[in-house]
Design a protein around this ligand. Sequence first.
Ligand code: SF4
Length: 301
Amino acid sequence: MRQLLSDRAALAHQALISCRLCSRDCGVNRLQSRSGAFCRLDEKAWIYKELLSVGEEAVLNPTWLVDVGGCSLRCLYCSEWSQVVQPRGGPAVELEPQWFAGRMAKRQAQGARTLTLVGGEPTVNLPALLQALACCPAPLPVVWNSNGLVSPQARALLHGVVAVWSLDAKFGNPACAQRISGWPADVTHPDWLATARLALQTPPQAGLPPLVVRHLLMPGHLECCTKPVLRHLAGLAAEAGQLMFVNLMTWYAAPRQHPRLCQAPELHEDVREQQVREAVDVARRWLGPQLWVNGRPLPPA
Ligand code: SF4
């Protein structure tokens, strides 16, 4: 595994000469500067949070959760906004491979059974993360927690490295995706489906499902986003069987004062109970035992 990681890290580093790691397809030279990179990153990655977490899906816990700055989207409701737009801003520290290896050993000793890479978006940090993983004598199974804007090149670099793809399926149509997340207009929607299909080719490791897809129920988006996403997922789940799980998250909390939300006023509301009931009911019918709600399997109806 270490040789594979080190080979992939070298290839990913080379890819930065004309970066197309995510679907933004910037084509800039990140080895020279950050200029022109939508993610605002050069070759370095910046960690702004790390902890032993039991807050992910039950099957992944306890996990060593590592947040890296920078992203390929700008979701208006993002809780990590400052680290997304300023990946190097405090409290971020540069990812240093030897520190990463030492901290992984410590978290393993504390009980971590997986490593969850999140942010921001790990894909835009791929070369530095692979380099850090290559320095770990016995890396934990990697959970790649991504918005799904992963280019074919990045998917190939991650194939065989990632144990669990944890993908966010945020929107059910391109108009909502563009208005709320700044989704690139020229990128096929939904882009995460191709990544999900690749994930399903991953042999299961250590009792982990290769694919978890998350969907956050947003106020006023049951018909335009949640139901179309669930429809896509029902098709995928029928192909995949128990290799995939869907986590329907119903805890959206409106950030009441945020000026960014003037572009999406419906996101000032809370999700109504009626919307939650309907979403869970539809998801249960379409997905059956592959459905989790807020990270836990549902009890039988
Ligand atoms: S990772 Fe994505 S956003 Fe960043 S420079 Fe490369 S293509 Fe652009």
